[in-house]
Design a protein around this ligand. Structure first.
Ligand SMILES: *Cc1c(COP(=O)(O)O)cnc(C)c1O
Length: 452
Protein backbone atom coordinates (compact mmCIF):
# COMPACT_ATOMS: atom_id res chain seq x y z
CA UNK A 1 0.00 0.00 0.00
CA UNK A 2 1.39 3.43 -0.89
CA UNK A 3 2.45 5.32 2.23
CA UNK A 4 0.39 8.37 1.31
CA UNK A 5 -2.85 6.45 0.77
CA UNK A 6 -3.56 6.25 4.49
CA UNK A 7 -2.69 9.81 5.38
CA UNK A 8 -5.31 11.56 3.25
CA UNK A 9 -8.70 12.15 4.84
CA UNK A 10 -11.86 10.63 3.40
CA UNK A 11 -13.28 13.22 1.03
CA UNK A 12 -16.71 11.67 0.52
CA UNK A 13 -19.14 12.62 3.25
CA UNK A 14 -16.42 12.90 5.91
CA UNK A 15 -18.94 13.22 8.74
CA UNK A 16 -20.19 9.68 8.18
CA UNK A 17 -18.68 6.84 10.14
CA UNK A 18 -20.01 4.16 7.83
CA UNK A 19 -16.99 2.18 6.58
CA UNK A 20 -18.53 2.17 3.10
CA UNK A 21 -17.43 5.79 2.75
CA UNK A 22 -13.90 4.93 3.66
CA UNK A 23 -13.95 2.27 0.94
CA UNK A 24 -15.23 4.82 -1.57
CA UNK A 25 -12.31 6.98 -0.58
CA UNK A 26 -9.90 4.08 -1.07
CA UNK A 27 -11.38 3.65 -4.54
CA UNK A 28 -10.74 7.34 -5.28
CA UNK A 29 -7.10 6.75 -4.41
CA UNK A 30 -6.94 3.57 -6.49
CA UNK A 31 -8.36 5.40 -9.50
CA UNK A 32 -6.11 8.42 -9.02
CA UNK A 33 -2.89 6.48 -8.50
CA UNK A 34 -3.27 3.99 -11.33
CA UNK A 35 -3.74 4.21 -15.07
CA UNK A 36 -6.94 2.75 -16.47
CA UNK A 37 -6.30 0.84 -19.66
CA UNK A 38 -9.61 -1.07 -19.67
CA UNK A 39 -11.18 0.13 -22.94
CA UNK A 40 -14.75 0.00 -21.60
CA UNK A 41 -14.08 2.34 -18.67
CA UNK A 42 -13.86 6.09 -18.46
CA UNK A 43 -14.03 9.01 -16.00
CA UNK A 44 -17.15 11.18 -15.85
CA UNK A 45 -17.17 14.91 -15.22
CA UNK A 46 -18.05 16.56 -11.91
CA UNK A 47 -21.39 17.59 -13.43
CA UNK A 48 -22.27 14.02 -14.39
CA UNK A 49 -21.40 12.86 -10.86
CA UNK A 50 -23.51 15.64 -9.40
CA UNK A 51 -26.59 14.70 -11.44
CA UNK A 52 -26.18 11.04 -10.47
CA UNK A 53 -25.92 11.81 -6.79
CA UNK A 54 -29.09 13.92 -6.76
CA UNK A 55 -32.58 13.67 -5.21
CA UNK A 56 -33.87 12.37 -8.54
CA UNK A 57 -33.15 8.91 -7.16
CA UNK A 58 -36.17 9.42 -4.88
CA UNK A 59 -38.63 9.59 -7.76
CA UNK A 60 -40.86 7.02 -9.49
CA UNK A 61 -41.64 7.76 -13.16
CA UNK A 62 -42.83 4.58 -14.88
CA UNK A 63 -43.84 5.53 -18.40
CA UNK A 64 -42.47 8.22 -20.71
CA UNK A 65 -42.53 12.06 -20.68
CA UNK A 66 -46.15 13.22 -20.63
CA UNK A 67 -47.40 9.64 -20.10
CA UNK A 68 -46.48 8.59 -16.56
CA UNK A 69 -48.10 6.26 -14.09
CA UNK A 70 -47.20 8.59 -11.15
CA UNK A 71 -47.72 12.25 -10.31
CA UNK A 72 -45.04 14.83 -9.65
CA UNK A 73 -43.07 14.25 -12.83
CA UNK A 74 -43.04 17.80 -14.20
CA UNK A 75 -39.28 18.15 -13.68
CA UNK A 76 -38.41 14.58 -14.59
CA UNK A 77 -40.36 14.92 -17.86
CA UNK A 78 -38.24 17.88 -18.88
CA UNK A 79 -35.01 16.17 -17.86
CA UNK A 80 -35.80 13.00 -19.80
CA UNK A 81 -36.80 15.12 -22.81
CA UNK A 82 -33.41 16.85 -22.69
CA UNK A 83 -31.70 13.46 -22.67
CA UNK A 84 -33.82 12.19 -25.59
CA UNK A 85 -33.37 15.29 -27.75
CA UNK A 86 -29.62 15.42 -27.18
CA UNK A 87 -29.22 11.71 -27.96
CA UNK A 88 -31.16 12.17 -31.21
CA UNK A 89 -28.94 15.07 -32.16
CA UNK A 90 -25.75 13.16 -31.34
CA UNK A 91 -26.63 10.19 -33.55
CA UNK A 92 -28.87 11.75 -36.27
CA UNK A 93 -31.74 9.63 -34.99
CA UNK A 94 -35.51 10.05 -35.14
CA UNK A 95 -36.11 8.37 -31.83
CA UNK A 96 -34.22 7.71 -28.61
CA UNK A 97 -35.02 5.66 -25.55
CA UNK A 98 -32.79 6.72 -22.66
CA UNK A 99 -34.24 4.37 -20.04
CA UNK A 100 -32.26 1.10 -20.44
CA UNK A 101 -30.43 0.46 -17.19
CA UNK A 102 -27.44 -0.98 -19.05
CA UNK A 103 -26.15 -2.00 -22.46
CA UNK A 104 -27.34 -5.56 -21.84
CA UNK A 105 -30.87 -4.29 -21.12
CA UNK A 106 -30.84 -2.17 -24.26
CA UNK A 107 -29.95 -5.18 -26.40
CA UNK A 108 -32.50 -7.40 -24.76
CA UNK A 109 -35.23 -4.79 -25.31
CA UNK A 110 -34.42 -4.54 -29.03
CA UNK A 111 -34.54 -8.32 -29.46
CA UNK A 112 -37.83 -8.35 -27.57
CA UNK A 113 -39.22 -5.50 -29.68
CA UNK A 114 -38.61 -7.18 -33.00
CA UNK A 115 -38.41 -10.95 -32.50
CA UNK A 116 -40.64 -13.81 -31.44
CA UNK A 117 -39.22 -16.70 -29.39
CA UNK A 118 -37.28 -18.98 -31.70
CA UNK A 119 -36.47 -16.27 -34.27
CA UNK A 120 -32.93 -16.12 -35.60
CA UNK A 121 -30.45 -13.35 -34.82
CA UNK A 122 -27.18 -13.25 -36.75
CA UNK A 123 -24.38 -11.66 -34.71
CA UNK A 124 -20.60 -11.73 -34.36
CA UNK A 125 -19.58 -14.75 -32.31
CA UNK A 126 -18.06 -14.18 -28.89
CA UNK A 127 -14.58 -15.58 -29.71
CA UNK A 128 -14.45 -13.36 -32.82
CA UNK A 129 -14.97 -10.26 -30.66
CA UNK A 130 -18.73 -10.15 -30.13
CA UNK A 131 -20.39 -9.53 -26.78
CA UNK A 132 -21.95 -11.94 -24.27
CA UNK A 133 -25.36 -10.38 -24.95
CA UNK A 134 -25.08 -11.37 -28.63
CA UNK A 135 -26.06 -14.96 -28.02
CA UNK A 136 -23.73 -16.51 -25.48
CA UNK A 137 -25.48 -19.68 -24.23
CA UNK A 138 -25.24 -18.43 -20.62
CA UNK A 139 -27.68 -15.56 -21.32
CA UNK A 140 -31.46 -15.42 -21.14
CA UNK A 141 -31.64 -14.13 -24.73
CA UNK A 142 -29.93 -17.26 -26.01
CA UNK A 143 -32.65 -19.39 -24.42
CA UNK A 144 -35.34 -17.36 -26.16
CA UNK A 145 -33.87 -16.64 -29.60
CA UNK A 146 -31.78 -18.66 -32.00
CA UNK A 147 -28.39 -17.01 -32.40
CA UNK A 148 -26.09 -17.74 -35.30
CA UNK A 149 -22.53 -16.40 -35.11
CA UNK A 150 -20.31 -14.99 -37.84
CA UNK A 151 -16.56 -14.67 -37.46
CA UNK A 152 -13.56 -12.63 -38.50
CA UNK A 153 -10.92 -13.23 -41.15
CA UNK A 154 -7.27 -13.99 -40.24
CA UNK A 155 -6.60 -10.27 -40.91
CA UNK A 156 -9.11 -9.40 -38.19
CA UNK A 157 -11.89 -7.94 -40.34
CA UNK A 158 -15.51 -9.13 -40.33
CA UNK A 159 -15.87 -12.15 -42.60
CA UNK A 160 -18.49 -10.51 -44.83
CA UNK A 161 -18.70 -13.48 -47.18
CA UNK A 162 -19.53 -15.76 -44.27
CA UNK A 163 -22.01 -13.18 -42.95
CA UNK A 164 -23.76 -13.10 -46.31
CA UNK A 165 -23.82 -16.88 -46.65
CA UNK A 166 -25.25 -17.31 -43.12
CA UNK A 167 -27.83 -14.58 -43.73
CA UNK A 168 -29.08 -16.33 -46.87
CA UNK A 169 -29.12 -19.69 -45.17
CA UNK A 170 -30.79 -18.68 -41.89
CA UNK A 171 -33.00 -15.72 -42.97
CA UNK A 172 -32.45 -13.88 -39.65
CA UNK A 173 -34.94 -11.40 -38.19
CA UNK A 174 -31.99 -9.29 -37.01
CA UNK A 175 -28.49 -8.86 -38.36
CA UNK A 176 -26.39 -7.40 -35.57
CA UNK A 177 -23.07 -5.63 -36.01
CA UNK A 178 -21.45 -5.01 -32.66
CA UNK A 179 -18.44 -6.08 -30.65
CA UNK A 180 -16.26 -5.58 -27.61
CA UNK A 181 -12.96 -6.64 -29.14
CA UNK A 182 -12.75 -5.63 -32.79
CA UNK A 183 -10.27 -3.06 -34.04
CA UNK A 184 -11.55 -2.26 -37.55
CA UNK A 185 -14.27 0.01 -38.91
CA UNK A 186 -17.25 -2.12 -40.03
CA UNK A 187 -18.49 -1.79 -43.60
CA UNK A 188 -22.04 -0.87 -42.61
CA UNK A 189 -23.13 -0.25 -46.22
CA UNK A 190 -22.13 -3.77 -47.20
CA UNK A 191 -24.09 -5.31 -44.32
CA UNK A 192 -27.12 -3.13 -45.16
CA UNK A 193 -27.01 -4.47 -48.69
CA UNK A 194 -26.90 -8.06 -47.45
CA UNK A 195 -29.87 -7.44 -45.12
CA UNK A 196 -31.94 -5.84 -47.86
CA UNK A 197 -32.28 -9.23 -49.53
CA UNK A 198 -33.77 -10.83 -46.40
CA UNK A 199 -37.50 -10.23 -45.79
CA UNK A 200 -38.35 -8.57 -42.44
CA UNK A 201 -34.70 -8.38 -41.47
CA UNK A 202 -33.93 -5.54 -39.08
CA UNK A 203 -30.42 -4.07 -38.96
CA UNK A 204 -29.07 -3.48 -35.51
CA UNK A 205 -25.72 -2.04 -34.45
CA UNK A 206 -24.42 -2.41 -30.90
CA UNK A 207 -21.92 0.42 -30.71
CA UNK A 208 -21.39 0.16 -26.94
CA UNK A 209 -17.64 0.59 -27.36
CA UNK A 210 -17.40 3.17 -30.13
CA UNK A 211 -20.50 5.36 -29.62
CA UNK A 212 -18.29 8.17 -28.31
CA UNK A 213 -16.14 7.95 -31.43
CA UNK A 214 -19.31 8.19 -33.55
CA UNK A 215 -20.57 11.15 -31.51
CA UNK A 216 -17.12 12.73 -31.83
CA UNK A 217 -17.13 12.36 -35.61
CA UNK A 218 -14.20 9.95 -35.96
CA UNK A 219 -16.18 6.79 -36.69
CA UNK A 220 -19.05 6.23 -39.18
CA UNK A 221 -22.59 6.17 -37.81
CA UNK A 222 -24.47 2.97 -38.71
CA UNK A 223 -27.77 4.91 -38.83
CA UNK A 224 -26.34 6.85 -41.79
CA UNK A 225 -25.95 3.57 -43.72
CA UNK A 226 -29.47 2.19 -43.48
CA UNK A 227 -29.20 0.58 -40.04
CA UNK A 228 -32.53 0.81 -38.23
CA UNK A 229 -31.42 0.65 -34.61
CA UNK A 230 -28.31 1.36 -32.64
CA UNK A 231 -27.81 0.39 -29.03
CA UNK A 232 -24.99 1.58 -26.81
CA UNK A 233 -23.82 1.90 -23.27
CA UNK A 234 -23.50 5.45 -22.00
CA UNK A 235 -20.51 4.88 -19.70
CA UNK A 236 -17.80 3.84 -22.15
CA UNK A 237 -16.56 6.28 -24.80
CA UNK A 238 -19.67 8.46 -24.35
CA UNK A 239 -18.31 9.32 -20.89
CA UNK A 240 -21.65 9.34 -19.12
CA UNK A 241 -23.19 7.44 -16.20
CA UNK A 242 -23.47 3.63 -16.27
CA UNK A 243 -26.45 2.89 -18.48
CA UNK A 244 -27.85 2.04 -21.88
CA UNK A 245 -29.37 3.90 -24.83
CA UNK A 246 -31.35 2.89 -27.92
CA UNK A 247 -31.57 5.20 -30.93
CA UNK A 248 -33.40 4.47 -34.14
CA UNK A 249 -34.56 5.80 -37.45
CA UNK A 250 -38.32 5.58 -37.47
CA UNK A 251 -39.25 7.44 -40.62
CA UNK A 252 -36.22 6.75 -42.78
CA UNK A 253 -35.88 3.02 -43.08
CA UNK A 254 -33.33 1.19 -45.19
CA UNK A 255 -34.09 2.47 -48.70
CA UNK A 256 -33.11 -0.94 -50.04
CA UNK A 257 -35.50 -2.64 -47.70
CA UNK A 258 -38.69 -4.49 -48.60
CA UNK A 259 -40.65 -3.85 -45.39
CA UNK A 260 -40.53 -0.15 -44.49
CA UNK A 261 -44.05 -0.22 -43.17
CA UNK A 262 -43.43 -2.51 -40.19
CA UNK A 263 -40.09 -0.87 -39.49
CA UNK A 264 -41.79 2.49 -39.11
CA UNK A 265 -43.43 1.13 -35.97
CA UNK A 266 -40.05 0.34 -34.51
CA UNK A 267 -39.81 3.33 -32.12
CA UNK A 268 -43.13 2.37 -30.50
CA UNK A 269 -42.13 -1.28 -30.32
CA UNK A 270 -38.84 -0.28 -28.69
CA UNK A 271 -40.47 1.99 -26.10
CA UNK A 272 -42.91 -0.77 -25.15
CA UNK A 273 -40.12 -3.34 -25.02
CA UNK A 274 -38.09 -1.22 -22.56
CA UNK A 275 -41.09 -0.38 -20.37
CA UNK A 276 -43.11 -2.38 -19.45
CA UNK A 277 -41.58 -5.16 -21.57
CA UNK A 278 -38.29 -5.68 -19.78
CA UNK A 279 -37.88 -2.97 -17.11
CA UNK A 280 -39.76 -1.19 -14.35
CA UNK A 281 -39.29 2.42 -13.27
CA UNK A 282 -36.51 4.44 -14.92
CA UNK A 283 -33.44 5.61 -13.00
CA UNK A 284 -34.19 9.33 -13.13
CA UNK A 285 -30.89 10.36 -11.53
CA UNK A 286 -29.02 8.36 -14.18
CA UNK A 287 -31.18 9.79 -16.97
CA UNK A 288 -30.32 13.29 -15.73
CA UNK A 289 -26.64 12.33 -15.79
CA UNK A 290 -27.09 10.98 -19.34
CA UNK A 291 -28.62 14.33 -20.35
CA UNK A 292 -25.64 16.17 -18.86
CA UNK A 293 -23.14 13.82 -20.53
CA UNK A 294 -24.86 14.09 -23.92
CA UNK A 295 -24.73 17.87 -23.54
CA UNK A 296 -20.96 17.56 -23.04
CA UNK A 297 -20.68 15.16 -25.99
CA UNK A 298 -22.29 17.76 -28.26
CA UNK A 299 -19.53 20.30 -27.53
CA UNK A 300 -16.64 20.83 -29.98
CA UNK A 301 -14.21 19.77 -27.22
CA UNK A 302 -15.64 16.28 -27.39
CA UNK A 303 -14.60 15.98 -31.04
CA UNK A 304 -11.05 16.83 -30.05
CA UNK A 305 -11.30 14.20 -27.33
CA UNK A 306 -12.51 11.53 -29.78
CA UNK A 307 -9.69 12.34 -32.22
CA UNK A 308 -7.14 12.09 -29.43
CA UNK A 309 -8.51 8.69 -28.28
CA UNK A 310 -7.77 7.25 -31.73
CA UNK A 311 -4.42 9.03 -32.09
CA UNK A 312 -3.36 7.70 -28.68
CA UNK A 313 -4.49 4.16 -29.54
CA UNK A 314 -2.56 4.18 -32.81
CA UNK A 315 0.55 5.52 -31.06
CA UNK A 316 0.32 2.95 -28.27
CA UNK A 317 -0.23 0.15 -30.79
CA UNK A 318 2.77 1.25 -32.88
CA UNK A 319 5.05 1.44 -29.85
CA UNK A 320 3.93 -1.97 -28.59
CA UNK A 321 4.73 -3.42 -32.01
CA UNK A 322 8.17 -1.74 -31.90
CA UNK A 323 8.75 -3.56 -28.63
CA UNK A 324 7.90 -6.94 -30.16
CA UNK A 325 4.24 -7.39 -29.24
CA UNK A 326 1.95 -9.12 -31.77
CA UNK A 327 -1.34 -7.26 -32.20
CA UNK A 328 -4.57 -8.93 -33.33
CA UNK A 329 -5.58 -7.44 -36.67
CA UNK A 330 -2.13 -5.84 -36.98
CA UNK A 331 -3.08 -2.64 -35.10
CA UNK A 332 -6.17 -0.53 -34.54
CA UNK A 333 -8.56 1.86 -36.27
CA UNK A 334 -10.44 2.72 -33.09
CA UNK A 335 -9.69 2.93 -29.36
CA UNK A 336 -9.01 -0.80 -28.83
CA UNK A 337 -5.88 -2.93 -28.91
CA UNK A 338 -5.79 -6.71 -28.54
CA UNK A 339 -2.32 -8.02 -27.77
CA UNK A 340 -1.39 -11.62 -28.37
CA UNK A 341 1.08 -12.17 -25.50
CA UNK A 342 1.09 -15.95 -25.87
CA UNK A 343 2.40 -15.93 -29.43
CA UNK A 344 4.80 -13.05 -28.83
CA UNK A 345 6.26 -14.11 -25.49
CA UNK A 346 4.75 -17.41 -24.30
CA UNK A 347 2.89 -15.72 -21.44
CA UNK A 348 -0.87 -16.13 -20.95
CA UNK A 349 -3.12 -13.09 -20.70
CA UNK A 350 -4.21 -13.75 -17.11
CA UNK A 351 -0.63 -13.84 -15.78
CA UNK A 352 0.13 -10.61 -17.61
CA UNK A 353 -3.06 -8.96 -16.34
CA UNK A 354 -2.16 -9.91 -12.75
CA UNK A 355 1.38 -8.55 -13.07
CA UNK A 356 0.20 -5.28 -14.64
CA UNK A 357 -2.35 -4.87 -11.85
CA UNK A 358 0.52 -4.92 -9.35
CA UNK A 359 2.08 -1.86 -11.03
CA UNK A 360 -1.19 0.08 -11.31
CA UNK A 361 -1.87 -0.57 -14.99
CA UNK A 362 -5.38 -2.01 -15.19
CA UNK A 363 -6.55 -4.01 -18.22
CA UNK A 364 -8.16 -7.36 -18.88
CA UNK A 365 -7.14 -10.76 -20.20
CA UNK A 366 -9.06 -11.50 -23.37
CA UNK A 367 -9.49 -14.48 -25.67
CA UNK A 368 -8.31 -14.15 -29.26
CA UNK A 369 -10.50 -15.25 -32.21
CA UNK A 370 -8.71 -18.58 -32.50
CA UNK A 371 -7.79 -19.03 -28.85
CA UNK A 372 -6.94 -22.37 -27.35
CA UNK A 373 -6.46 -21.04 -23.83
CA UNK A 374 -10.14 -20.82 -22.87
CA UNK A 375 -11.86 -18.05 -20.91
CA UNK A 376 -9.64 -18.35 -17.83
CA UNK A 377 -6.20 -18.61 -19.50
CA UNK A 378 -6.72 -16.65 -22.70
CA UNK A 379 -3.75 -15.78 -24.88
CA UNK A 380 -4.32 -12.05 -25.05
CA UNK A 381 -4.98 -8.84 -23.18
CA UNK A 382 -7.32 -6.11 -24.32
CA UNK A 383 -6.61 -2.46 -23.66
CA UNK A 384 -7.70 0.94 -24.86
CA UNK A 385 -7.25 4.67 -24.55
CA UNK A 386 -10.60 6.39 -23.69
CA UNK A 387 -9.95 6.72 -19.95
CA UNK A 388 -6.33 7.80 -20.25
CA UNK A 389 -7.28 10.33 -22.90
CA UNK A 390 -9.89 11.84 -20.57
CA UNK A 391 -7.12 12.39 -18.03
CA UNK A 392 -5.11 14.26 -20.64
CA UNK A 393 -2.44 11.69 -21.45
CA UNK A 394 -1.07 12.11 -24.96
CA UNK A 395 1.43 10.65 -27.39
CA UNK A 396 4.56 10.96 -25.16
CA UNK A 397 2.78 9.12 -22.35
CA UNK A 398 1.71 6.31 -24.71
CA UNK A 399 5.39 5.55 -25.31
CA UNK A 400 6.05 5.53 -21.59
CA UNK A 401 3.14 3.15 -20.95
CA UNK A 402 4.31 0.77 -23.68
CA UNK A 403 7.75 0.80 -22.06
CA UNK A 404 6.28 -0.14 -18.66
CA UNK A 405 4.24 -2.88 -20.30
CA UNK A 406 7.39 -4.36 -21.81
CA UNK A 407 9.29 -4.23 -18.51
CA UNK A 408 6.41 -5.99 -16.73
CA UNK A 409 6.27 -8.54 -19.53
CA UNK A 410 10.00 -9.25 -19.21
CA UNK A 411 9.45 -9.93 -15.49
CA UNK A 412 6.60 -12.31 -16.36
CA UNK A 413 8.87 -14.16 -18.78
CA UNK A 414 11.56 -14.45 -16.10
CA UNK A 415 9.02 -15.60 -13.50
CA UNK A 416 7.48 -18.10 -15.91
CA UNK A 417 4.14 -18.27 -14.09
CA UNK A 418 1.78 -16.19 -11.99
CA UNK A 419 2.75 -17.74 -8.63
CA UNK A 420 6.45 -17.00 -9.22
CA UNK A 421 5.84 -13.27 -9.71
CA UNK A 422 6.46 -12.52 -6.02
CA UNK A 423 10.17 -13.07 -6.58
CA UNK A 424 10.11 -9.84 -8.56
CA UNK A 425 8.11 -7.81 -6.04
CA UNK A 426 10.85 -5.18 -5.70
CA UNK A 427 11.12 -4.63 -9.45
CA UNK A 428 7.33 -4.42 -9.73
CA UNK A 429 7.20 -1.92 -6.86
CA UNK A 430 9.72 0.31 -8.66
CA UNK A 431 7.50 0.42 -11.73
CA UNK A 432 4.46 0.94 -9.48
CA UNK A 433 6.06 4.10 -8.06
CA UNK A 434 6.79 5.42 -11.56
CA UNK A 435 3.19 4.78 -12.65
CA UNK A 436 1.83 6.55 -9.56
CA UNK A 437 4.04 9.58 -10.10
CA UNK A 438 2.85 9.97 -13.69
CA UNK A 439 -0.78 9.20 -12.83
CA UNK A 440 -0.85 11.97 -10.23
CA UNK A 441 0.20 14.51 -12.84
CA UNK A 442 -3.08 13.79 -14.62
CA UNK A 443 -5.87 14.21 -12.04
CA UNK A 444 -9.12 12.38 -12.61
CA UNK A 445 -12.11 14.68 -13.06
CA UNK A 446 -14.80 15.07 -10.49
CA UNK A 447 -13.04 14.36 -7.20
CA UNK A 448 -10.57 16.09 -4.94
CA UNK A 449 -7.08 14.74 -5.48
CA UNK A 450 -5.54 12.57 -2.77
CA UNK A 451 -3.14 14.68 -0.72
CA UNK A 452 0.32 13.66 0.36
C1 LIG B 1 -20.21 -3.32 -22.69
C2 LIG B 1 -21.06 -3.89 -23.75
C3 LIG B 1 -22.39 -4.25 -23.52
C4 LIG B 1 -23.01 -4.36 -22.15
O1 LIG B 1 -23.09 -3.25 -21.42
P1 LIG B 1 -23.50 -3.34 -19.86
O2 LIG B 1 -23.85 -1.94 -19.54
O3 LIG B 1 -22.33 -3.89 -19.15
O4 LIG B 1 -24.68 -4.24 -19.77
C5 LIG B 1 -23.15 -4.66 -24.60
N1 LIG B 1 -22.63 -4.74 -25.82
C6 LIG B 1 -21.35 -4.44 -26.09
C7 LIG B 1 -20.82 -4.56 -27.48
C8 LIG B 1 -20.51 -4.02 -25.05
O5 LIG B 1 -19.23 -3.75 -25.31
Amino acid sequence: MPANSTTSKPVVNPSSTDPVFDLIHQEEIRQSDGLELIPSENYVSADVLKAMGSVLTNKYSEGYPGKRYYGGNENVDQIETFAIERAKQLFHADHANVQPHSGANANEAVYFAWCQPGDTILAMSLPAGGHLTHGSPVTRSAKIYHFVGYGVTPEGDIDYDELERLAREHQPKIILVGYSAFMKIPDFARVAKIAAAIPDCMLMADMAHVAGLIAGGVHPNPLDFGFHVMTTTTHKTLRGPRGGLIVSRGKVSNPLHKVPHTLEKLPTLIDRAVFPGTQGGPLDHVIAAKAVAFGEDLQPAFQTYAQQIVANAKALAAELQNLGFTLQGGGTDNHLILVNVKDSFGIDGKTYETALDKVGLTLNANALPTDKGGAFRPSGVRLGTPAMTTRGLGLPEMKIIAGWMKRVLDLCVKAGSEDQLDQYAAELETIRAEVRTLARQFPIPGIPQPTE
